[in-house]
Write a new protein. Structure first.
Length: 183
């Protein structure tokens, strides 16, 4: 058993770092979310920020859009050209995706500065792309309502997770401790 652990030590170290980072930051995020009362239809600040930035993005590109707090649930309505098209809930703010992204990068960590900067850059990129994703999804739902399931459940998750995957590949190949060993 000891020989197996020593033989696969890099894998077990990666797994331990990934799980610890993921659990710690997921618990921090859940603690943050627990400050908001879902029964009173309170929306967390990050989701509210994403909703308003989605509106600002659409307005910047000359689209007519407004955001309204939902009357019956903790979310924001996206009103696009006077039509209620979508709602932005906590799951739309990309924080869970960012935690997953950062956990993997941390698990393959190199120097603290490089790891921290890559997580910061990657998280910001994912956050901005997520806002663009919601804005484009809104336009897509307006123009192609018959493709709602396809757009929401396949195309846009594929885009966001595809970007995360590409960032992971760049991290492992160019910046991680693994890349340093193999150069």
């Amino acid at each position: 058993m000891k020989n197996t652990i020593n033989q696969h030590k890099p894998f077990f170290l990666f797994l331990l770092k990934f799980v610890l980072f993921y659990l710690i930051f997921t618990l921090i995020y859940k603690f943050y979310l627990n400050q908001f009362n879902v029964e009173n239809k309170e929306v967390d600040g990050i989701t509210e920020f994403v909703a308003h930035q989605t509106k600002n993005t659409l307005v910047f590109f000359g689209k007519e859009c407004e955001i309204r707090k939902h009357e019956f649930e903790s979310s924001y309505k996206v009103i696009y050209y006077n039509k209620y098209l979508a709602r932005i809930i906590e799951g739309c703010n990309a924080i869970s995706v960012i935690i997953l992204f950062a956990s993997f990068v941390f698990a393959f960590s190199a120097k603290f500065k490089n790891t921290f900067l890559f997580i910061l850059f990657g998280s910001a990129l994912i956050f901005v792309l997520n806002i663009l994703r919601i804005a484009l999804l809104t336009i897509g739902l307006y123009n192609y309502p018959e493709y709602e399931e396809f757009l929401h459940n396949i195309v846009f998750p594929l885009v966001i997770y595809g970007v995360v995957f590409v960032l992971w590949i760049v991290w492992v190949v160019k910046f991680s401790a693994y890349a340093k060993r193999n150069n």
